[in-house]
Design a binder for this molecule. Sequence first.
Ligand SMILES: [Zn+2]
Ligand SMILES: [Zn+2]
Length: 393
Amino acid sequence: MKQAHSIFLAGILMLKGLFLTGQPVKVGLFNSKAIQTFLFSPMLGEYTMESGVQGSIKLKPGSVVYIALMGDKLSARDLQGNNLMEEIITITACDSTCRFSLRPAFPAMEARQYQGTCQFRAGIGRIAAINIVAEDNYLAAVVAAEGGTTATPEFYKAQAILCRTYLLSHFSKHETESFNVCDEVHCQAYKGMNGRNPAILQAVVATHGEVAVYDDTLLITAAYHANCGGETQSAGNEWLQKVPYLKGVEDPWCSNSKSSYWHIAIPKDKWIAYLRSNGIHLQEPSKKGELDFRQDTRQAYYRIPGDSLALRKIRADWNFRSSFFSVQEENGDSLLISGKGFGHGVGMCQTGAINMAAHGKTCEEILSFYFEGIRIRNIMDIPAGPRLAVSLK
Ligand SMILES: [Zn+2]
Ligand SMILES: [Zn+2]
C-alpha cells in the first residue's frame, strides 16, 4: 500500500458494531491474474473439502487437489479419485494454524503458503480464490510484505497499527466480489506465510485491536511510504485534500539512508517536449537555465519562469521514485534530475520509523511524530464504534 491511499473527506460515516476485531478476513488471492487452474495442497493440519453429493472429504498434508474452471462450474479432483463439480468449493482448515500451499497452474505462477481456509468460486473466465484467515495472521503477513523482516519490535507495532487501521477502514472494499480485501497494493500487499517471522506476529498480537484515530474516534487515513527523503509530504500537495494529521514534517531519521537519494539524466529535448505537451509555456529557443528548479524543501509545483506543473503529475508520468526532486541543466543536451526519497511521501516514512525504533522510540512516539494529533486506541474501547472517513481514490 505504498501507492495512493484513500483520502480523508469531511463527510463521515458512523459505524457501530461493525468492527469486531479478531474476525476472520476474506482475502482475494492472485486477484488481478485471472487464474483458471489452481493446485491446492495441505501443508500442516487436516483440511476438509465439503461437497453436497459426496459429503466431507478429508485431506491430509501432502495430498493435492486440482481445481479447474469448467464452464460456469469448478471441478475439484484429488489423487484418491474424488471429483466434484460445484460453483463454490470450500476447503476448510481444522484450526487457524493449519497451513496450505496454493499454486496457480494456469497461468502458471509460484506457489505461496497460507494459513486458514480457502474458498474457490467460479467466475467468468476465472476462479476467485479466497483465503479466510484469522485477522492477526493476515496482519502479520501484511506487515512482513509491506514493512520488511529486519526491523525491531516497535517499528513492527507501528506498522501493524497502520495496517490494522487501513484494513478496518477498507473492510468493504471488495464486497461485491465476495471478499474483504485483495492481496495486492490496491489494498495491502499480502503474500501469505512467505517472509514472515515470529517477531512480526508478536508485534501484531501485542497491539491486538489497536488503531490510530484522530478526533477521538475517526480512523485515520493510514498512509505510509518507503522513504520521505528528509521531509514528508502533506496530503494537500499529494491528493489535493488537506488532512489535519497529514502535514509535512521534517524527518531527520531517514536522511542517512542510501535509498534517500536518486539521480536520473534525461535528454533536454524530451523534457521540453513533455512540458510543451502539458501546455507549459517555454521560450523559443529555450534559454540556458530556464528549466532549472530547486527543491530544498518540498514544493507542490515545478516552477519555471512564467509557468508551473504539479510535481505529483510529473512523478506519475515519468515514474520517478518521488516528487521531491530538483532539475538542473548540464553541459550538452541533458538534464540531471536529483531526487530524495521513495514513494508518495505522505504519512509514516518506513525508513525513518525503522531508525526511530532502533534508537529506542516507542510505536506511539513513532506514529505521533508522523501523524500530528492522533491517538492510538483499542477499537473495543470506542463506545459508539469508530467513525470512518469517506474515502476517495
Ligand atoms: Zn484491493
Ligand atoms: Zn523520512
